[in-house]
Design a protein around this ligand. Sequence first.
Ligand code: IFM
Length: 455
Amino acid sequence: MTTSIRPPFVPPVRGDFASDFLWGSATSAYQIEGAALEDGRVESIWDRFCATPGKVADGATGAVACDHYHRWPQDLDLARSMGMQAYRFSIAWPRIFAKVGAAPNQKGLDFYSRLVDGMLERGLQPWATLYHWDLPQYLQDGGGWNARATVDAFLHYVDTVTRRLGDRVKHWITHNEPWCTAIIGNYEGLHAPGLTDFKTALQVCHHVLLSHGKAVPLIRANVPAAQVGIALSLHPLRPASASLEDAAALARHDGLRYRWFLDPLFGRGYPQATLDQVGAAAPTVEQGDMDAIAVATDFLGVNYYFPETVKDAPGHGPLEAAVAAPPLEAETTALGWPVAPEGLSELLLRIENDYHPGPIYITENGSCYDDEVGADGAVDDLARRAYLQRHLAALKDAIDGGVPVKGYFAWSLMDNFEWAEGYRRRFGLVHVDYATQRRTVKASGKWYGEFLLEK
Ligand code: IFM
């Protein structure tokens, strides 16, 4: 018998990455801004969902969140103090248009204009996400993303925002995680708008992808030297066992979870095997839609958290496949998500091999732990620090393996409203005490700062 001795883990240093590699962190509007009723903002589907009993843990809402709407200078100062070069944020559509046909709300546009100026003053490159799940409720009342008219409404919103900010914001992400918008929000019912209809979910997905495809040329027309992409949440997939049944289930799950998004974005249309499996739930696709979705982009955003283990599950959902819970002995975060840094390199190598998408940015990666402020005022989130270090090492492996990754955004700059989990789940490099709004840089944030400042 031979025993292998693993060398001790040595955290990466910034010099392991190219000098022009971009480092930052990410947030989204509904999760941090608060100020839900200020300056003309109207109700979003998340306000409505939060107000529905039983949908969000502890009855939490985004009404105040991190109060970033008022405290953004301090938050951007924190990002700068950690040596970040870029900041990924999202724009709240309900701050820009109060109803269909309304004139744009200047106060909402002014807020983002000030925010962008604040980033530039601090040397932070602004990366704007146009849709991170906070659809105006009035559009949901008209059918939401299930209605093709929402694509037109989105384009009008995109046109307005990119005209106003495009002189300063060059990096645009059309959508964050269409899977979550479509499937978690409209089939699993766990996110707003809380629907549970598979056909609706696939039509929503199609309209989201279509709106992405149609937005890209519009953004390019409005923004000189624009760089435009989309951010997908993706997982490497593993079969639950060596059985033929689990292998087949994995292939079915892969068709919807991975190829349903990447195939059309890279010009291959929806995967035929999955179309056959979903049958009558397949979306209505009009002539020209697939060409629009396949528009060339400047980068692909990849959000990575954990691998999924897939098992055959007769009777479970339209594809009869389920994601298995990790084994009890597996290392997991407080959300029960497996910790698997090698999954990041595996995923990136697969994407590069399957699609050659051009430049890739890790637009989200992070971990959830139950952090507490110690008696000394410090937050010693050593597990998150290790997660970050190990994932950056895995990222370097992928780059060394030939994947053109050009930047990394940690999720998240600070603790925030974690959707259906409310405030009990923390992902931040910075701790937020919601009672006082006090910010404390955690050990993970301190390490990220030392890494970026090469101390
Ligand atoms: O908080 C979310 C974010 O809004 C989208 N990606 C995953 C994060 C953690 O769940």
